[in-house]
Design a protein around this ligand. Structure first.
Ligand code: RAM
Length: 898
């Protein structure tokens, strides 16, 4: 779509509200953004011009030429966007030479408000839904487990001529899969995703123009319990205890004819319903598909002639007031894993190892079946000492999928309305199983991957991979703690501590924007954030220190990474209310009351005093709230919370610090919080740093941090001159350490430092996840410290970079990140006393580069002395570094380093 080939910076990677070509947007002023690339050093845009047209080509908005060399986004500011309309937009970027280069994209609006909906919530008559036959051998007893069949819904309709366009606006209370004339609609999994359905249900929009044809068409759906009416969290109560009791569909198909007339096919009492052959489908228990009950062709246009078993759909309600267009990317089947090994484990029993712990399901080709045969697939993260599937740590999550054979001797089984966290499966009921017959299907929220990291130590690279797999496995509709056991909750602290790492791996802006609606929605009228979001009935504790504070820390971090002030605008009131809530109950500024279930520094080998930890977070939340208000120009609010933060810091020092910088409790996490959150006056900092370093040394060097301290340890040590200790921790291999699990079969980060040890075996099964990302929050330092790819303090949206590699005794490292401004990258290596550093800075950004060297005067850039290199300005020298300021472009520094 490039219209003129200018020489200046080239726009690419266009996004609308952080998504590529979103279909279905309810935001009145979406953010239009672009990235920049250029082959020329020092290149910066002179300005931009954004134009928006509607489908007819009529221009609706034009920014005109805007003279802003730093902009990479603009908020739509034209007349109100119409509902259900596609808008085309272009951005033209001017180079320094005045030439313009243009790129184009589109976005499409959604229903824009509840009044637009005419559809009703429909399902199968609940009075007959779970009146099913007695369970047969191998099936769970539905009534006993509170499980119920999935529901099929359908509606045949006539289309006189192929429509010019057709959109399906759809959601479910439960999970839905839509079909048009037998073809699956879209590729979203587990849609519409998890929200607190009492407050809000997301809907999705699908373009189904290509699936319709003149004549009779069939619109069909399956809905299953999902989070809505299935088991959720660790509450073993019967499904329905949290949100609702039976799954329901709400959908509108809009047929837009040439000339503009629109026909709407909406869910209502004129649909048909039936029980699905999916006998039950539960996120935790698993899915059972009985092919004997299958009715082929039910979703085809002729299917309406076979009415046996179909009833008029039951209308469950008509209230569309809680429908919102989803902001987050959908869950998708993102990749497939081949079986690494298949082992016969008994008669008709096989164990399959995928070599990787992940979240998803398997696709199994079952052969040699006789009607009524049962194939049972159980999932687990590990094998026990006897070589069998280890499932004790799944608690009440059965994670068992069942296929009951129909007349076909061969069939492909892939559950659709459940997922599991696993590496191994046990398959029973088949006489033979080849590795080619079973595939792992990896599911996660499809956040575009945006980062890379690698270094010379294969162990650290494996750690990085394990961290990435932890992210994939636990970003499933919402950020969860773990994908396997009866929990999988949106724990706020886990998300908060892992966010900086997550942002360097993938573009999670839209994903967290969606989840933050849940965090705000769960906040109490009193201002208390919760420990988990989405909220569940019965899990409504007030947020603990570090947990509730995520409602403040997360928007602030997202703003820094993405430079989008709306993260602050949307959350500032909630942030203020949270800080006010703590303050109201703790007027003495030491946070001891209303601490929720106070999880402290969860799972830390050395416990930090609760009041120290809580008060540190109180100060942090007040400080970030003040800073957020400052960014938004709310000066009075900024001053008020800034002053409060100052008072809390003073109180913290008075109450918890000694004149030589010791902190009450004397734990690593205590020092880390005080230093990372800037709580101490300058004169106490050296003493605190010294004591922190001693504690790390005394432990081995080792760490004694839990969930809240762990992500801070390497960055804080590094920031205070102890990068060597950070490296020592990183490379340690006995517990507690990051590399220890990798030496013991881990392919994802564990919940506990000692989830399994050779001496003791498995940790207590009651709480022992092998796929928990919280302790993987060290990933941030791999990118920012080891590879040295960082933002300067105070920079938002990667405008000011800080390139400061921490080589330790590694011989190379590199990182690459697709920022909102364009690609940033570092790659360094050292050989024979020469340090070689390559840096990529996107157009319009600048960087400060710290080149490690014993000889600052000898540093060269692309072969010439750094002082003479174009685009390079010497900013200073330290004992073992040269600091340079550089403009955009590609650079290569070489320096002497022994
Ligand atoms: C555990 C969860 C989570 C943690 C809470 C406090 O059950 O797994 O990771 O945040 O407890």
């Amino acid at each position: 779509m490039t219209e003129s080939q200018g020489r200046g910076p080239l726009p690419y990677g266009l996004r609308c509200d952080h998504r590529v070509e979103p279909l279905g947007l309810d935001e009145p002023a979406p953010l239009l953004s672009w990235r920049l690339s250029s082959g020329r050093r020092g290149d910066a845009p002179a300005g931009y011009r954004v134009r928006v047209r509607d489908e007819d080509g009529t221009q609706v908005w034009d920014t005109g030429a805007v003279d802003d060399p730093s902009a990479v986004s603009v908020r739509y500011g034209g007349p109100a966007l119409r509902a259900r309309t596609r808008y085309l937009w272009t951005v033209a970027v001017a180079g320094a030479d005045g030439a313009w280069t243009q790129e184009g994209s589109w976005f499409e609006t959604g229903m824009q408000g509840p009044s637009a909906w005419t559809a009703a919530w429909i399902t199968h008559d609940p009075s007959v839904l779970d009146v099913v036959d007695a369970p047969e051998e191998g099936e769970l007893a539905l009534a006993d487990h509170g499980l119920q069949p999935a529901v099929r819904l359908r509606k045949a309709f006539e289309v006189p001529a192929a429509p010019a366009g057709a959109r399906l606006y759809v959601t479910a209370r439960g999970l839905y899969e839509m079909r048009v004339n037998g073809e699956r609609v879209g590729d979203a999994e587990l849609a519409p995703g998890w929200t607190d359905y009492r407050d809000r249900v997301d809907y999705q929009v699908h373009d189904v123009t290509g699936l319709l044809r003149p004549g009779t068409n069939m619109l069909a759906a399956t809905v299953a319990d999902g989070w809505w009416s299935g088991f959720a969290g660790f509450d073993p109560r019967r499904p329905g205890a949290h949100y609702g009791t039976f799954p329901q569909l709400l959908a509108e198909l809009h047929l837009v004819h040439a000339g503009g007339a629109v026909d709407v096919i909406a869910t209502g009492g004129d649909w048909q319903s039936a029980r699905s052959p999916v006998r039950y489908a539960d996120l935790l228990k698993g899915e059972c598909h009985d092919l004997r009950r299958e009715t082929p062709g039910w979703d085809l246009p002729a299917g309406d002639r076979d009415d046996a078993g179909w009833l008029p759909a039951w209308v469950a309600g008509t209230d569309p007031s809680r429908l919102t267009a989803s902001a987050a990317p959908p869950v998708r089947a993102v990749r497939e894993l081949p079986a690494r090994s298949v082992t016969r484990a008994g008669e008709n029993r096989f164990l399959v190892d995928f070599g990787q712990n992940f979240a998803g399901r398997v696709r199994l080709t079952a052969r040699g079946l006789t009607r009524g045969d049962r194939v049972v697939v159980r999932h687990g993260e590990a094998l026990d000492d006897a070589g069998g599937l280890y499932t004790a740590n799944l608690r009440t999550a059965d994670a068992t999928d069942v296929l009951i054979a129909g007349d076909d001797a061969e069939t492909v089984f892939e559950p659709r309305f459940t997922y599991h966290g696993f590496r191994h499966v046990e398959v029973t009921g088949l006489t033979a199983l080849d590795a080619g017959d079973i595939t792992g299907v990896v599911l996660h929220s499809d956040t575009p991957w945006a980062g890379e990291f690698t270094c010379s130590d294969p162990g650290i690279d494996r750690l990085h991979q394990a961290i990435c797999w932890g992210q994939r496995s636990n970003f499933v509709s919402v950020p969860t703690d773990c994908p396997q056991r009866d929990e999988r909750l949106g724990w706020l602290a886990d998300a908060q501590v892992f966010l900086p790492t997550a942002c360097l791996n993938a573009d999670v802006a839209a994903f967290f924007d969606g989840w933050l609606r849940e965090v705000r929605g769960a906040q109490s009228p009193d201002g208390a954030f919760t420990n988990v979001a989405p909220r569940l009935a019965g899990v409504a504790d007030e947020g603990a220190p570090g947990w509730g504070d995520a409602g403040v820390l997360i928007p602030w971090h997202l703003y820094q990474v993405y430079g989008d002030e709306r993260f602050l605008e949307r959350n500032l009131d909630a942030m203020c209310a949270w800080v006010d809530h703590i303050h109201r109950h703790n007027p003495g500024l030491v946070w001891t009351r209303r601490v929720g279930p106070h999880f402290a520094d969860w799972l830390a080998p050395a416990p930090t005093p609760r009041d120290v930890l809580a008060t540190a977070y109180f100060a942090r939340s007040a400080d970030l709230t003040a800073r957020a208000a400052g960014v938004l120009g709310r000066d009075e609010t900024a001053a008020r919370y800034g002053a409060l933060a100052g008072h809390i810091r003073k109180t913290f020092t008075e109450r918890f610090a000694t004149p030589d910088g010791r902190i009450h409790g004397d734990t690593q996490t205590g020092y880390l919080l005080a230093l990372a959150f800037g709580l101490l006056p300058a004169e106490l900092v050296p003493g605190a740093v010294r004591r922190l370093a001693e504690l790390v040394e005394e432990a081995g060097p080792g760490l004694t941090t839990g969930f809240l301290g762990v992500g801070l340890i390497a960055p804080v040590l590094d920031a205070h001159g102890h990068a060597d200790l950070a490296h020592a921790l990183l490379r340690r291999t006995d517990p507690p350490s990051w590399l220890y699990p990798l030496g013991h079969g881990a392919t994802t980060v564990w919940e506990r430092w000692d989830g399994y040890t050779a001496e003791r075996g498995f940790q207590a099964a009651a709480m022992n996840s092998f796929n928990h990302y919280a302790l993987g929050s060290v990933g941030e330092w791999l990118h920012r410290g080891v590879a040295g790819l960082d933002q300067a303090p105070g920079s938002a949206g990667y405008r000011e970079l800080l390139i400061r590699p921490r080589p330790g005794d590694l011989t190379s490292a590199s990182a690459r990140y697709e920022s909102v401004r364009g690609t940033v990258a570092t790659a360094w290596s050292r050989h024979d006393g020469v340090f070689d550093l390559r840096v990529t800075v996107p157009p319009g950004a600048t960087a400060t580069v710290h080149v490690p060297t014993d000889d600052p005067a000898g540093v060269r850039e692309s072969g010439v002395p750094a002082a003479d290199a174009p685009g390079v300005r010497i900013a200073g020298a330290g004992p073992r570094e040269l600091r340079c300021r550089i403009a955009s472009g590609e650079y290569r520094f070489t320096a002497g380093l022994h």
